[in-house]
Design a protein around this ligand. Structure first.
Ligand code: FMN
Length: 368
């Protein structure tokens, strides 16, 4: 868990990253003090890297009106402020997750009514095929035309340039969870009859075109990861074997790491949940395709991370909900393991000493 790892020119001090999590706190796509505090406190909490929530390439690419964006100078400057804080006050890295909501856009905040259309002010949606996310509830998206695809690719490239200017260390391309890129990859949501539909290679063609253009712009010494839904959990949908093929195609296009999530593509999904339930996908892709992976999903103890990393099942573990409960999750897990050789913010060092002393004392009491 505490072994460093280098990807291209970036060295992460340990194997824990703070997974991307929507906070729905932006206004007109503009990140604010909430994003600064949310991401910085987790960066101070010991994770080797914090990943921004899905940040959207244009106003109509947002999931909700509260999602942040990267389409104007004001947003770029606001993100730079977050990046600068993380770089100045912590030794964590900060990654930028870039996406487009596709058919899952124009919905209410997650804590209000997730996936439900806005009460008013909905914007038109676009997806690989004209299929609504929730039949009879969601807006029916338009099938993306070649002009839409060209425009959206240009938006991704422009946002990538802005992410460079803001100083992000790492770029994650969001191709999971049924959003725009994912809608091309899954056979459940892609029913196109052109060169962008059909076999898995055709379904990946558009996300790969966008990825390659971003990769050409993004600095060579900085990594790019791709988040995929490695299983749709629906008969006829993407399986782990398909995911391995998808990962292979991204590897050939220059991806450094595959972030192995699953599901959220179809409401018909029947996921098999459990502790570390998506690790088999990270394991398969890492060891069959030969590309570093991020495992994510119900990983909530330091022992889980140690086991996953030591067994060679993934290279990094993304921890989401435990970071909502505890911004200093990694520092606390280190103390629980008796691992003291870890940097705390110098302003908090007396807290480290007390915590370690109290945990050692509790351990002794157990032995009495
Ligand atoms: C509140 C919340 C918001 C999320 N937002 C995003 C997001 O913006 N992008 C993304 O790829 N995943 C998102 N996720 C998924 C998490 O990154 C992660 O994959 C998932 O929660 C499983 O990890 P966990 O069991 O550690 O929570 C979100 C999860 C939560 C709980």
């Amino acid at each position: 868990m505490f072994a460093p790892i280098s990807v291209r020119g970036v060295t992460l001090k340990n194997r824990v990253i703070c997974s991307p999590m929507a906070t729905y706190m932006a206004q007109d796509g503009l990140p604010n003090d909430f994003h600064l505090v949310h991401l910085s406190s987790r960066a101070m909490g010991g994770a080797s890297m914090v990943v921004t929530e899905m940040t959207c390439v244009s106003p109509d690419a947002r999931i909700t009106p509260g999602c942040p964006g990267m389409w104007n100078d004001e947003q770029q400057n606001a993100w730079k402020r977050v990046v600068d804080f993380v770089h100045t006050h912590t030794d964590a890295k900060i990654a930028f997750q870039l996406g487009h909501a596709g058919r899952k856009g124009s919905t209410r905040m997650g804590w209000d009514a997730i996936d439900q259309p806005l009460g008013s002010g909905n914007w038109p949606l676009v997806s690989a095929s004209p299929l609504p996310y929730i039949e009879g509830v969601s807006q029916t998206p338009a099938e993306a035309t070649r002009a839409d695809m060209r425009r959206i690719k240009a938006d991704f490239v422009s946002a990538t340039r802005r992410a460079i200017a803001a100083g992000f260390d790492w770029l994650e391309f969001h191709c999971a969870h049924g959003y725009f890129m994912s809608s091309f990859i899954s056979p459940l949501t892609n029913q196109r009859t052109d060169a962008y539909g059909g076999c898995v290679e055709n379904r990946c063609r558009y996300p790969l075109e966008v990825f390659s253009t971003m990769r050409a712009v993004w600095p060579q010494d900085r990594p790019m990861s791709v988040r995929i839904s490695a299983h749709d959990w629906v008969p006829g949908g993407t399986t782990a074997d398909d995911a391995a093929r998808v990962a292979c195609l991204f590897k050939e296009a220059g991806a450094d790491v595959i972030d192995c999530s699953s599901g959220q593509v179809s409401k018909a999904e029947k996921p098999v949940y459990g502790r570390m339930f998506q690790v088999p996908f990270a394991d398969k892709i890492r060891n069959e395709v030969g590309i570093p992976t991020i495992a994510v999903g119900n990983i909530f103890e330091g022992d889980h991370v140690n086991t996953i990393i030591a067994a060679g099942r993934a290279d990094l573990c993304a921890i989401a909900r435990p970071h909502l409960a505890d911004p200093a999750w990694t520092l606390h897990e280190a103390a629980k393991q008796g691992f003291t050789d870890i940097t705390w913010p110098k302003q908090y060092l007396t807290g480290k000493e007390q915590l370690e002393r109290n945990l050692a004392r509790a351990q002794l009491m157990l032995q009495v």
